[in-house]
Write a protein that binds this ligand. Structure first.
Ligand code: HEM
Length: 506
């Protein structure tokens, strides 16, 4: 094609090009126009939060790829505790500070589902299954999740979670090195699938592995384009839609198999089927809660094993706590650690493990890179004296409180002996690890018991330390990377876990 200069020659070159070129050029031009026009900041008076400097569409990539740095930069560059930016034609307002925290978590009109749906984008929206779920269905799902966590059901899950953990930990052999962000994450995925789905799935290791690959595909396939232009068939979007369909098929196959067999099993699917819930509720429960549950528990457990590998003193304290529970509540003649741990009653796990509780709490403070997201479905409200119009998206990064050196001195240091900070009028909600206000985690009991059981079995079954990429012992565990919104994962190869099996059977 000849080299063309000027608009007329560009136009004639465009017209004489083939369809593929014309189509691509047209798409690129449309995208640029949409990006520029749709992301122009709204006009606003003194009450409007300050906008970020620079071209508005430049916020899109950093918001998804470098969120921690981006939000910190926004607060710094505007010099304000509230600022706004555009994601296409949507206004997003980031808020920080004590009074904003209280206002954000208690605002009547702020809606989590709507905020999460647009700003997270991990799961393609399948109407009626993962989106557009009627409020009534969501509340049924939440009711069933509460049923899974009643004393009797949760107690019955204890041996099943321990058996899954035993089988997976057994496969590690007598010694070796692993990356906790792969291996421990995998372990927690299995125990979460066990707790929230059907034995037709959780008994089949290959199917669980497939499911994990598919959920990973949803997470890693989330690009700015898939969130902002969900209708545009990018390769990433097509991959995500296929992954969602395959997950859907796996879940539906398990439900069909159960219904057709007529055999009743002792698991969560049975509870859902027996409750007579419509199929959309059952599928929505399993698909939706797996993504909410597996990622958070997997990330937390990976970091607990990492921190304990770098803090021999806390490792020792945690192991001693578990050993003393074993001595009091289990029969020492039993043949394995998992069998002995299963003897410890649920209420003891929940009330007599101050060390494990402190470790979980501190791990969530320092390595849970959550940004809470809402949409204001109510009328305009004011936060930090700035207007949050109806329809706007609002975000609050957990780092604002959990990494604030005024509240938690030396905030990056993992120190479970920190005193719990008491809320005061000036310092409301100093800890938000399990959510606060209108939205608290509805899976807390399940998550905590899963974490305690798997960590306890690991500590009893293995000795472990951290090793850095060069094979040496690092002076401290790696710093959590808050820009990684999924796992807070440090750079690949920065550190691994070196382990050897202890003598007694798992
Ligand atoms: C270590 C593990 C977990 C952590 C740290 C965690 C943390 C949280 C947090 C901070 C929120 C509030 C989010 C916000 O305000 O934006 C939340 C909400 C929620 N969590 Fe968890 N979570 C965990 C595990 C689980 C599990 C295992 C389940 C399900 C079985 C679950 C189900 C939910 C649900 C359904 C909500 C939304 C509640 C609502 O809409 O009102 N979570 N979680």
């Amino acid at each position: 094609m000849p080299y063309t200069i000027g608009l007329p020659s560009a136009a004639s070159a465009f017209l004489s090009a083939g369809f593929a070129t014309q189509f691509s050029v047209a798409v690129v031009i449309c995208l640029v126009i949409v990006l520029i026009t749709a992301s122009l900041p709204p006009e606003g008076g003194d009450e409007a939060p300050k906008s970020l400097p620079g071209l508005p569409f430049l916020s899109i990539v950093p918001f998804f790829r470098q969120r921690y740095d981006f939000l910190n930069w926004g607060f710094r560059i505007t010099g304000q505790s509230t600022f706004q930016f555009q994601l296409m034609n949507n206004t997003v307002i980031a808020v920080s500070g004590a009074s904003a925290r209280r206002a954000f978590f208690y605002a009547k009109g702020f809606d989590l589902t709507e905020g999460f749906k647009f700003l997270s984008g991990a799961i393609p929206m399948v109407r009626g299954v993962t989106s557009g779920i009627q409020t009534k269905r969501i509340s049924t799902i939440h009711k069933r999740l509460a049923a899974v966590q009643k004393n009797a059901s949760l107690s019955e899950l204890i041996p099943a979670i321990l058996e899954d953990s035993r089988r997976i930990l057994e496969s590690y052999g007598t010694s070796g090195i692993f990356d906790p962000f792969d291996k421990i994450y995998e372990l927690m995925f299995q125990t979460t699938v066990r707790s929230l789905s059907a034995s037709e799935i959780s008994d089949d290791a290959a199917l669980v592995a497939r499911l994990k690959t598919l959920y990973d595909r949803l997470d890693t396939g989330t690009t700015p384009a898939t969130v902002l232009l969900p209708w545009f068939p990018t390769p990433a979007m097509i991959k995500k839609i296929w992954a969602t369909k395959e997950i859907y098929d796996i879940v539906v196959r398990a439900i069909d198999a159960r219904e057709q067999s007529g055999v009743s099993r002792n698991d969560t699917l049975q509870m859902l089927v027996d409750a007579g819930d419509e199929r959309l509720v059952v599928v929505g429960f399993i698909m939706g809660l797996l993504i909410a549950g597996a990622r958070a528990t997997g990330t937390t457990a990976s970091w607990i094993i990492t921190f304990l590998g770098g803090h021999a003193d806390w490792r020792h304290k945690a192991k001693t706590e578990v050993e003393s529970l074993l001595a009091t509540y289990s029969d020492a003649t039993m043949s394995s650690f998992s069998a002995r741990l299963a003897e410890i009653p649920l209420e003891i796990w929940e009330s007599q493990t101050p060390v494990l509780d402190a470790i979980i709490r501190e791990t969530l403070r320092v390595a849970q890179p959550h940004t809470a997201m809402r949409r204001n479905l109510g009328p305009e409200v004011y936060i930090n004296d700035k207007s949050i119009p109806s329809g706007a998206y609002v975000v609050y990064p957990f780092s604002d409180v959990h990494l604030d050196p005024e509240i938690y001195p030396d905030p990056w240091r993992f120190d479970p002996s920190r005193k719990e900070v008491e809320p005061t009028a000036d310092l409301p909600l100093p800890y938000v690890g399990w959510g606060v206000g209108k939205t608290t985690c509805l899976g807390t009991r399940l998550a905590k018991i899963e974490l305690k059981l798997t960590v306890a079995l690991f500590l009893l079954g293995f000795d472990h330390v951290l090793v850095s990429g060069d094979g040496n012992t690092p002076t401290a565990p790696p710093k959590p990377n808050w820009n990684d919104i999924l796992q807070c994962r440090p750079p690949h190869g920065a550190c691994s876990v070196k382990y050897t099996r202890t003598a007694f059977a798992l």
